[in-house]
Design a protein around this ligand. Structure first.
Ligand SMILES: [Zn+2]
Length: 120
């Protein structure tokens, strides 16, 4: 379960940052590559399950899927590879060099901005 592992490490980072900022996290943005993508739904599901009854409960995850980039050896153009049609959009050539796939990263964490009122 790739997504469960990802969810666990995300939660560890978010929890740490929340403690550091002394704020409640409300959302997080993640980006991942094309060759080893995370499944958005599976990740949100795994995260919700793990985050229940923790400060991360209710945090909304947003996943941005980054395209795979390549450089055409024929016309030297950089382009986004379409896996269904892997060719240079400029010259139609299929001799290109793939760039490294984007890593899975936590781009940003949003915290609640309004002041917290302690329940008495
Ligand atoms: Zn080309």
């Amino acid at each position: 379960m790739h997504e469960t592992m990802v969810a666990r490490s995300l939660m560890a980072i978010i929890t740490e940052q929340a403690a550091k900022n002394n704020a409640k996290p409300v959302a997080a943005k993640i980006s991942c590559g094309t060759l080893n993508p995370v499944n958005d739904e599976a990740l949100c599901f795994a995260f919700e399950a793990i985050a229940k009854d923790t400060p991360c409960e209710g945090v909304k995850l947003r996943v941005e899927h980054k395209p795979l980039r390549a450089r055409c050896k024929n016309c030297d153009r950089n382009f986004d590879v379409e896996l269904s049609r892997p060719e240079c959009p400029s010259c139609g050539g299929d001799d290109f060099e793939l760039q490294p796939d984007a890593p899975l990263i936590l781009e940003e964490i949003e915290f609640q901005t309004e002041p917290r009122y302690e329940k008495s």
